[in-house]
Ligand binder design. Structure first.
Ligand SMILES: NC(=O)c1ccc[n+]([C@@H]2O[C@H](COP(=O)([O-])OP(=O)(O)OC[C@H]3O[C@@H](n4cnc5c(N)ncnc54)[C@H](O)[C@@H]3O)[C@@H](O)[C@H]2O)c1
Length: 321
């Protein structure tokens, strides 16, 4: 059924894939971002709002119009580490604002507002490289001690979303409203080969590919470091998939989804083949490596497969081309 959908952080790497896919399904799209929407992306949007998730009045008046919120607005891993307080403000306080605005709206109009939230593998903390090698991490293992402010806020928002859905004002006489929150833990999201910025800014911590900005392909971590990834089209399918899944099939509020695991070297080779003019350079940074070494090299998404039939279409780095 066609819905009115709010996408926060609409102008980002994931928003560029998600918005056209939602529009193609016949939904009415409202975008919210602190920066103005790119011209091409704007064509898929019915109402464009330039503003912040930290603006309560704006959020309340916007959320009143919608059925579902894809809450993508964030400061990503690298910028969060460079400005932890801002990261807390946008990622944690901003998410509380969204949850509360949705609850307020639901309290007024009696509708359940759905919230879909991309979380991250940065919520994990593997204790050492020995443990990291060969382990495929489930939703419930190696959690509870994220090593970055980005990971801390992501883990916190997973819990907040569950709390606002299931236990908010549990002791009050009547429920203030109803929201239905689900989070997907995404690994690194790689855009379609042919896009100017395949890795997005998320990868800024580990590697970056931005030929359009004259950046080429730069690696900050060791070539043999393996990380999990997902093609952006698959991430979009997962986000839309969980929003459409029959609610009675969902046994959790937080799911892993993954595409494939690849080493930095394999990504470099993929990019060299797809973008022969793109210069690769190694710029090893021991501090960045120490963060990445606490993230899993592969995540288990069998619960998403079992519960709502999730399956990635791209399951190897070679299939990206
Ligand atoms: N890109 C990845 O590889 C990846 C991996 C795992 C999880 N995620 C998650 O997916 C979501 C989207 O990530 P992305 O890669 O598109 O990020 P991005 O940085 O490309 O986009 C984020 C957008 O949020 C906007 N924004 C920042 N502060 C805002 C504010 N106060 N109000 C409104 N908008 C604001 C930015 O202008 C930007 O357009 C995030 O929640 C991120 O944590 C991304």
């Amino acid at each position: 059924m066609a819905q009115t959908i709010l996408v926060t952080g609409a102008n980002g790497h994931v928003g560029h894939g998600l918005i056209p896919a939602l529009k193609a399904k016949g939904h009415t799209i409202i975008s919210l971002d602190i920066v103005e929407l790119d011209g091409e992306l704007a064509k898929s949007v019915d109402e464009k709002i330039t503003g912040s998730i930290l603006d309560h009045d704006l959020l309340n008046s916007t959320v009143e119009k919608v059925d579902t919120i894809f809450h993508l607005a964030t400061t990503l891993a690298l910028s969060s580490e460079l400005n932890p307080e801002e990261a807390h403000e946008v990622n944690a306080t901003g998410t509380v604002n969204i949850l509360k605005a949705a609850l307020n709206t639901s309290g007024k109009n009696g509708k359940t507002i759905q919230i879909i939230y991309p979380s991250s593998i940065a919520i994990y903390s593997l204790p050492n490289l020995e443990t990291r090698n060969g382990v495929v991490v489930t939703e419930d293992e190696y959690v509870g001690n994220p090593q970055t402010i980005y990971g801390i806020t992501k883990a916190y928002c997973e819990s907040l979303g569950s709390y606002y859905s299931d236990r908010y004002e549990l002791l009050a006489e009547s429920a203030p409203g109803k929201i239905d929150f689900h989070a997907l833990r995404l690994p690194g999201v790689i855009a379609e080969v042919g896009e100017n910025e395949t890795m997005g800014k998320y990868a800024g911590l580990t590697m970056i590919h931005s030929p359009a900005e004259g950046g080429g392909f730069e690696m900050y971590i060791k070539p043999d470091t393996i990380l999990p990834f997902i093609a952006r089209a698959d991430a979009v399918n997962a986000l839309i998939g969980i929003s459409e899944a029959p609610r009675e099939k969902l046994t959790r509020r937080v799911y892993n989804v993954s595409g494939f695991a690849a080493s930095t070297k394999e990504l470099e080779q993929m990019i060299a083949k797809a973008f022969p003019d793109s210069q690769a350079s190694e710029n090893f940074d021991i501090k960045r490596q120490s963060i990445v070494d606490t993230w899993p090299q592969a995540i288990d998404d069998s619960k998403a497969r079992e519960d709502w039939g999730w399956k990635a279409e791209i399951e190897s780095v070679a299939s990206l081309q």
